[in-house]
Design a protein around this ligand. Structure first.
Ligand code: C5P
Length: 302
């Protein structure tokens, strides 16, 4: 018996890191949306058997991407081990991960895969975990994991574990929007980006200001374009000049709103419904080369 789970990428339409917490993590206020673009995780139940206590033997992962760890460092296997420990399920599983989301991108690929693994095992085990247990496991696996349990455009707060649906009228302005996602050949490690915020010290957005801005956007009828802001950008742009230069060119030459997702290095542009994406794709490839990852997709509609 097997299950197939779609594991979407996300973009942060807005991201305000508001300050550093006593536990070393950061608080943030972010509007996040999952995309129609993503990975596929397949899982098949296997007997846990005598090897039931050896996670390495119980859960196996095969992946088509060479830059994805296939061992216990992979979030799919970490999620599976946690699921078994938390629910007492003694089965085993074989996973096949088809990767499309690049790593080091700020598109939540690894986090999304971890949540897909939790969902897969919950199905294979006949629903051993309830919604609250799944949420607790997701939060333990990574700050960006809980948002993938909810789906749809959400507001993410705390270190990422407090997820709230956007008010319907606001969510409707995001659902189904065409987006162009593009990532240069280099990635940015999230811990590096947070360390730069700490070192610079000047990029934080006060929580009250972030909440005021979000409430104003939700209450009004401004388009998605007006939401875009990301206070990781100054630190990332100071080092990786290719990012602000291309974003400025796309804004100037095509009149699109564009920004970086999460801690980067992937960026996105909001496309108008009738807009031809091909000239933007050509412009990105001219600047960043043929190896750049470029994807025309949409914000998920559910
Ligand atoms: O939770 P996750 O493993 O994705 O976080 C990776 C690193 O990013 C953390 O170790 C921490 O340094 C930083 N981080 C943070 N505040 C957050 C999320 C991540 O400081 N809200």
């Amino acid at each position: 018996m097997g299950v197939t789970i779609f594991s979407p990428a996300k973009i942060n339409l807005s991201l305000a890191v508001t300050g550093r917490r006593a536990d070393g993590f950061h608080d943030l206020v972010s509007v996040v949306a999952t995309l129609e673009f993503g990975d596929t995780l397949e899982a098949w139940a296997e007997a846990g058997g005598p090897a039931a206590h050896d996670a390495g033997a119980r859960f196996r992962l095969e992946c088509d991407a060479t830059d994805v760890p296939g061992d216990g460092a992979n979030l799919v296997l970490r999620a599976a081990t946690l699921f078994a420990a938390q629910t007492g399920w003694d089965g085993g599983a074989r996973f096949r991960l088809t990767k499309r989301i690049p790593a080091g991108a700020g598109l939540g690929g690894g986090s999304s895969n971890a949540v897909a693994a939790l969902r897969a095992l919950n199905e294979l085990s006949g629903g051993r975990a309830d919604a609250a247990q799944l949420a607790a496991m997701a939060a333990q696996l990574g700050s960006d994991c809980p948002l993938f349990l909810q789906g749809g455009p959400v507001v993410m707060r705390g270190r990422g574990e407090r997820i709230e649906a956007l008010p319907e009228a606001a969510a409707a302005r995001l659902r189904g929007r065409r987006v162009l996602v593009f990532k240069p050949t280099f990635g940015i490690a999230t811990p590096w980006a947070y360390a730069r915020l700490v070192a610079r010290g000047t990029d934080y957005v006060p929580a009250a200001e972030a909440e005021r801005r979000l409430a104003a956007w939700c209450a009004g009828d401004a388009p998605a374009e007006d939401l875009l802001a990301n206070n990781f950008e100054p630190a990332a742009f100071a080092k990786y000049l290719a990012l602000p230069v291309l974003l400025a060119a796309l804004r100037r030459e095509f009149g699109v709103a564009a920004g970086m997702s999460g801690s980067g290095s992937a960026c996105f542009a909001l496309l108008r419904e009738e807009q031809d994406a091909a000239p933007l794709v050509d412009r990105i490839r001219a600047a960043w080369g043929p190896e750049a990852c470029v994807q025309v997709t949409r914000i998920a509609s559910s």
